[in-house]
Design a protein around this ligand. Structure first.
Ligand SMILES: NC(=O)C1=CN([C@@H]2O[C@H](COP(=O)(O)OP(=O)(O)OC[C@H]3O[C@@H](n4cnc5c(N)ncnc54)[C@H](OP(=O)(O)O)[C@@H]3O)[C@@H](O)[C@H]2O)C=CC1
Ligand SMILES: CC(=O)N[C@@H](CCC(=O)OP(=O)(O)O)C(=O)O
Length: 344
């Protein structure tokens, strides 16, 4: 059994990891941390997990206890993994970080977007960006994984086939993305109140969102050169889900884009290219580690619209983190990620 530690077990992504790991046949959660709920039984806070974690209680983060685990997930705000990762890696523990601490390869760029100095630039060269559809070989056996962000997962999976084949005008890409409110985390914020977000929709961070450099980094790698990306996130009145509407101008209108996408993702267990003309709904991926994609050419011209949906807490965070764990340890990457796609 793989001994798992989770730092930040009371947050939305932490409890989602618990839900998924409860069904994993080769992993057991040994340590789960929370400073505010130290000593509280996990099932007292989350009765939905009764019968799975009855002996487990939250503890304060402690590197000695965490360092005895085979793998530690960080489901924490930015900066926490910077402070603790090196010590855990020295202890021989693998680190899978759900925060953005190791996603950007450039420490100065990270500092600019996150408003604080990068806390562990020395670890960046070995951090692997955990998007299995791109980096599966590097993830195998890696010690430090940076799990992609939620918007970046939906946007990159939607754009990659076009860009890898040089089929899009990369100077003008537009990602119009909508998120459910759980994307903002569990901490109390006025903007997340039901009375504020429950029956309203708004764009935010149009001037520049911290996921812009992350998406651009991935698209640059795919395209082999610079990209001009406009990314506009929106907050929508749903709990889970990301819906990305991705626009691009195609350079060769004779290419069968449906066939291209189907071939690109044919062997990917968690990417579903839907029939041409489909409109994927966020509810079709709720609770599932799946990205559903549909390709449109509205007037049959050179404008392509790609629709890409995920559950921000699953393929956008904890499910993708677990997929990475499976790959790191040489397991079938579908373990523990089985059946939620069949929810209505
Ligand atoms: N929500 C989402 O859809 C997604 C989130 N992410 C990222 O995953 C990470 C977690 O997100 P989310 O679950 O939403 O966050 P939450 O705010 O819901 O939870 C944060 C957790 O971290 C713990 N924590 C906070 N500060 C510290 C600290 N200094 N040291 C140790 N533990 C701490 C909290 O518990 P306590 O304070 O009790 O210790 C809590 O359990 C973030 O970096 C987020 O950006 C990534 C993709 C999607
Ligand atoms: C709706 C909402 O507020 N979403 C968050 C992004 C989700 C997230 O947690 O960001 P990471 O994936 O980088 O960790 C935001 O815009 O800041």
């Amino acid at each position: 059994m793989i001994k798992v530690g989770i730092v930040g077990g009371t947050g939305y992504t932490g409890v989602e990891l618990l839900r998924l790991l409860a069904q994993h046949p080769q992993a057991e959660v040994a340590v789960i941390t929370s400073r505010s709920e130290n000593g509280v039984k996990v099932t007292d806070m989350y009765p939905n997990l009764r019968g799975h974690y009855d002996q487990l209680a939250f503890t304060n983060p402690d590197t000695a206890t965490l360092g005895a685990c085979d793998v530690v997930f960080f489901a924490t705000p930015h900066g926490v993994a910077h402070a603790l990762a090196a010590e855990l890696l020295d202890a021989g523990t693998r680190v899978i970080d759900l925060s953005a601490d190791f996603r950007l390869q450039d420490a100065d760029e990270w500092a600019k977007w996150y408003g604080q100095p990068h806390g562990a630039p020395g670890l960046l060269p070995e951090a692997v960006y955990g998007l299995p559809e791109v980096n599966r070989e590097q993830i195998k056996g890696a010690r430090l994984i940076a799990v992609p962000g939620c918007y970046p997962t939906a946007a990159q999976l939607g754009y990659l086939p076009l860009l890898e084949r040089g089929l899009a005008d990369t100077s003008r890409l537009i990602a119009d993305c909508k998120s459910g409110v759980s994307g903002a985390g569990r901490a109390a914020k006025v903007g997340s109140l039901f009375t504020e977000a429950g029956e309203s929709m708004m764009a935010y961070a149009v001037k520049g969102h911290r996921h812009l450099p992350e998406i651009s980094q991935g698209l640059r790698r795919a395209a082999g050169g610079n990209v001009g990306l406009t990314f506009v996130p929106h907050l929508t009145p749903m709990i889970r889900g990301i819906h990305a509407t991705l626009y691009a101008t195609v350079l060769d209108t004779s290419v069968d884009l449906q066939a291209l996408y189907e071939q690109r993702y044919a062997s990917e267990p968690f990417v579903d290219v839907m029939p041409a003309g489909s409109h994927p709904e966020t509810r079709s991926v709720r609770g599932a580690n799946v990205c559903r994609i549909a390709i449109h050419r509205p007037q049959g011209g050179d404008l392509v619209v790609v629709l890409s949906v995920i559950d921000n807490l699953v393929k956008g965070a904890s499910g993708q983190a677990l997929q990475n764990m499976n790959i790191v340890f040489g397991l079938d990457e579908r373990l523990g990620l089985g059946n939620a796609a069949l929810l209505p």
